[in-house]
Design a protein around this ligand. Structure first.
Ligand SMILES: *[C@@H]1O[C@H](CO)[C@@H](O)[C@H](O)[C@H]1NC(C)=O
Ligand SMILES: *[C@@H]1O[C@H](CO)[C@@H](O)[C@H](O)[C@H]1NC(C)=O
Ligand SMILES: *[C@@H]1O[C@H](CO)[C@@H](O)[C@H](O)[C@H]1NC(C)=O
Ligand SMILES: *[C@@H]1O[C@H](CO)[C@@H](O)[C@H](O)[C@H]1NC(C)=O
Ligand SMILES: *[C@@H]1O[C@H](CO)[C@@H](O)[C@H](O)[C@H]1NC(C)=O
Length: 383
């Protein structure tokens, strides 16, 4: 399919560790209160360190993040080392952990994580795009970057990322025949340009599998989707995931992965978010599933996303929403070709979309669908 995200310029083979000071890994600074890990037997591994889960001092305010100098480097995360593989997931942290079935992944646990099965966590499965296949690049933008308490990167020294663009969007249309209301003036969604405490407050599990690393573009094949499913089941069982609230999402090739996953395992998914899915067609298989589509209306490929929305609206049942932004930010990482809009950044950064939209949808029978077995108590109602 056509990718909205241009390929990273640098060659894959050169994954040179940077010698500069601004690097994700390094000696741990002196600080009290090491992060907790989920399994106490792994406690001593908290000596392992990555900046993304460490923030010195108070968080920046959004207005600080959007006004301070920050662009001290032009080095792409493509040239940085990937994060270390941790032996255990960390609470309030986005961590790369040991592969399952040969597939690498990162997992985020919320800061208030607990193992009380009466309060399971919404679970999001994030499929990366082709440029995001290197983990450090995946973490340089989009949802994975927001899941860091310190959002700095090799090219941006702010602990809080500010988008260089406000979210103004076309008005959605009540008509099934049109993707949006072309006759109405776009409106400012007044959504945030920065969220410095997103990772402190995001109250769900996020699973970010790595499908491929090379220059080939195999996409999210059914075999890869099966492995992502096995990882998701493992994480939900171990970390109190809510099998009735499983959201799948991704950008470009990742959106294709999310759509294919939802089609293959329709009863296991509670909502789907497809961002910058240029050239992606919908031909069936998602009756009843809520889908949110996002796109950058200034891009030449927007017509294909409009068509996707119209095709989804033609379903007999299932909510279709569309955030068709007038403009969307360029890639954060300087290694990406400029000029391609990333509507995913505007969307994922807005916690309202997660907790007012995505969270409201609930499946029934998710645990048996995911083959997780019954709980030893009866859930009488939900929070
Ligand atoms: C954020 O991480 C960077 C390294 O990427 C580090 O230099 C900086 O001091 C950290 N900022 C805070 C506020 O912790
Ligand atoms: C930093 O960004 C400013 C505008 O935000 C730009 O004028 C300047 O050239 C940039 N500097 C570098 C070194 O990229
Ligand atoms: C980031 O680096 C720039 C350029 O070196 C510097 O002016 C700025 O103060 C730094 N900002 C932060 C938040 O460290
Ligand atoms: C975004 O909107 C805010 C509030 O209207 C404004 O202060 C700010 O300058 C805008 N930023 C950009 C990049 O348009
Ligand atoms: C959470 O509880 C489940 C069910 O008792 C258990 O299988 C799992 O190992 C626990 N997770 C952790 C990290 O202790």
């Amino acid at each position: 399919m056509v990718s909205v995200v241009a390929a990273v310029v640098a060659a894959l083979a050169t994954c040179v560790a940077s010698l500069r000071m601004q690097t994700e890994q390094g000696p741990a600074p002196e600080m009290s209160g090491k992060l907790r890990v989920a399994d106490a037997r792994m406690a001593d591994t908290s000596k392992m360190f990555q900046w993304s889960e460490t923030r010195l001092g108070a968080p920046m305010t959004a207005s600080q993040a959007c006004s301070v100098a920050w662009n001290f480097s032009t080095q792409s995360e493509w040239k940085e080392r990937d994060p270390p593989v941790f032996p255990e997931a960390g609470i309030g942290a986005r961590r790369r952990v040991a592969p399952i079935d040969g597939m690498e992944y990162q997992v985020f646990l919320p800061l208030g994580w607990g193992n009380n099965s009466l309060y399971p966590y919404m679970t999001t499965l994030y499929f990366h795009s082709h440029p995001e296949r290197k983990t450090s690049v995946m973490n340089s933008g989009s949802l994975p970057r927001m899941l860091a308490r310190n959002q700095s990167t090799s090219f941006d020294n702010r602990s809080c990322w500010c988008l260089d663009m406000n979210a103004t969007a076309y008005v959605e249309s009540g008509s099934a025949a049109e993707a949006y209301d072309a006759g109405a003036s776009p409106v400012d969604l007044a959504s945030p340009m920065a969220d410095c405490t997103f990772a402190d407050t995001f109250n769900g599990l996020v699973i970010m599998p790595q499908g491929w690393t090379g220059s080939e573009t195999p996409g999210w094949s059914s075999e890869r989707l099966g492995k992502a499913k096995a990882i998701t089941k493992f994480v939900m069982e171990k970390f109190n995931g809510d099998a009735d609230k499983v959201i799948v999402t991704g950008t470009a090739e990742g959106a294709t992965g999310a759509l294919e996953f939802a089609k293959a395992y329709k009863d296991l998914v509670s909502a789907v978010i497809l961002t910058d899915a240029a050239g992606l067609a919908y031909t069936g298989g998602l009756e009843g599933v809520p889908v949110y589509v996002t796109g950058d209306g200034s891009q030449s490929n927007i017509a294909s996303i409009d068509s996707l929305v119209v095709a989804l609206k033609a379903r007999a049942s299932g909510v279709t929403r569309y955030a068709r932004y007038v403009n969307a930010p360029s890639a954060a990482d300087p290694g990406f070709a400029p000029g391609y809009g990333h509507s995913s950044y505007l969307f994922f950064l807005n916690r309202e979309f997660w907790f007012n939209w995505a969270y409201q949808y609930t499946n029934t029978g998710g645990r048996s669908g995911w083959d997780m077995g019954p709980l030893n108590h009866i859930v009488m109602g939900r929070r």
